[in-house]
Design a binder for this molecule. Structure first.
Ligand SMILES: [Zn+2]
Length: 433
């Protein structure tokens, strides 16, 4: 296990991607050189060593030494011979993204999904399993079982690490789940990383599902090609993933992105967090259902009454969306109100973060589409400063469980050695800008 994996496995993740204090300058220079070579082969694959020398400002001896190292660990492959230009035909090198892999696992809608990806975050294999358990410990044991199933057909030595996406408050540095109000898990700290690493012997990183969903949207959804993105997960709770320069911004204690607890009504109802008038009290799934029931009671002709045969306790956000799509005025008004409160809260976040894209994701954001997006955008346009507003595309999310699992695998890749060598090159280039 290399230095960075050891640090991750032992509980000291290297969040900064920088040149950590245990990395000597010689090691750092070697890492940057390795990154330059690997990136050049990746961009121009297949490529000969002499062509490679034109793309990398290193001596031929250094390039040759690094190429040997990368051939040894399988990241590069000799891939035939180039066309002759007069002398011996040169050997071609190709980049092998499947030489190493990552695993991601998450739970969503009573389903645990694990995914295996290559180094580029491309999915190679999915493994879903229905989960009907109740406790976080049971969920982690199920996740371990699903990951073992994925690993049955592969050489686990090729897996760099595992990313785990969980609902609730996660201490990323400790790898623990602290609490999940939406799941009713209030019993205390669960040592998720320790449980996963003891069972699977692979370095593990644990994060809140909303943060990881943002990475999934970048990898396979509407956020492809975006470096600065705000992803808002709207479900039973509301929380955001902040993507800052291609990486997740966790904040000082892993809680960056708790937009659901922004006050939108100063003297509004009491929230589970202890504050009054939080966004979650107006735009979460349970808040929307409660509002729809109240509206339908006051509207004898509402489609929401017909669709539930008068038993309004059967209303769900799916049914409310169906009624709104059929033109039911009360259902449309409920969605407009939720979007208005989302717009009030998110205009503040756009002013602060100035992202390229704002995604309304999570189960409600994805399935409601324009019904929620349009009133949210209307309110954001009323309240946001012109410069951040004009920079941000505001869209509905496009990925759910599988996309979140891919985001978890991408998070694992971002915190393991192989990605560090790419990142260090970026840092080095930034230093000269
Ligand atoms: Zn709150």
């Amino acid at each position: 296990m290399n230095v960075q994996l050891s640090r991750l496995a032992s509980g000291t993740p290297s969040w900064d991607y920088g040149l950590g204090k245990d990395v000597t300058s010689a090691e750092a220079i070697r890492a940057m050189s390795r990154a330059q070579v690997l990136r050049a082969v990746r961009e121009h694959t297949p490529i000969s060593r002499s062509e490679l020398a034109k793309h990398v400002p290193l001596s031929r001896a250094t390039i040759s030494s690094i190429v040997s190292e990368l051939l040894d660990n399988g990241l590069l492959l000799e891939a035939g011979l180039a066309t002759s230009t007069g002398g011996r035909r040169p050997a071609l090198l190709s980049y092998q993204p499947e030489a190493k892999m990552a695993l991601g696992v998450t739970m969503f809608n009573n389903e645990v999904v694990a995914v295996l990806t290559d180094l580029e975050g491309h999915p190679l294999k999915y493994c879903p399993r229905v989960w009907t358990g109740r406790t976080p410990e049971d969920l982690i044991h199920t996740m371990i079982g699903v990951v073992k199933e994925v690993c049955q057909s592969i050489d686990c030595r090729r897996v760099l690490g595992i990313g785990v996406g969980l609902p609730g408050v996660v201490d990323v540095s400790q790898g623990t789940l602290e609490i999940s109000v939406s799941m009713g898990w209030l019993g205390g700290r669960v040592e998720v990383r320790r449980m996963m690493e003891e069972a699977l012997h692979l370095p593990t990183i644990v994060a809140n599902r909303s943060r990881i969903a943002a990475l999934g949207e970048l990898q396979v959804g509407v956020g492809r090609g975006i470096s600065n993105l705000l992803y808002v997960f709207i479900g039973q709770g509301i929380a955001a993933g902040i993507v800052f320069d291609d990486g997740i911004y966790f904040g000082a204690s892993s809680s960056a992105g708790e937009v659901g607890h922004i006050t939108v009504v100063a003297d509004g109802p009491l929230c589970q967090c202890g504050n009054h008038g939080c966004l979650e009290m107006y735009a979460s799934e349970s808040a929307i259902v409660a509002r729809a029931i109240a509206k339908a009671r006051a509207e004898p002709d509402s489609a929401m009454r017909r669709i539930t045969k008068g038993n309004l306790q059967l209303l769900t956000t799916d049914l409310i969306i169906d009624c709104a799509r059929q033109g039911d005025a009360a259902a449309i008004e409920v969605m407009n109100e939720a979007g208005t409160y989302l717009g009030i809260a998110l205009s503040a976040t756009l002013n602060i973060l100035n992202p390229q894209m704002l995604v309304l994701g999570g189960p409600l954001g994805c399935k409601a589409g324009p019904l929620l997006l349009e009133p949210t955008v209307r309110e954001i346009e009323r309240r946001t400063l012109f410069i951040p507003l004009s920079a941000a595309r505001i869209v509905s999310g496009s990925t759910e469980t599988e996309g979140i699992a891919i985001g978890a695998a991408v998070l694992a890749l971002k915190h393991t050695h192989i990605n560090r060598i790419f990142s260090e090159e970026r840092l080095a280039n930034n230093g000269h800008d």
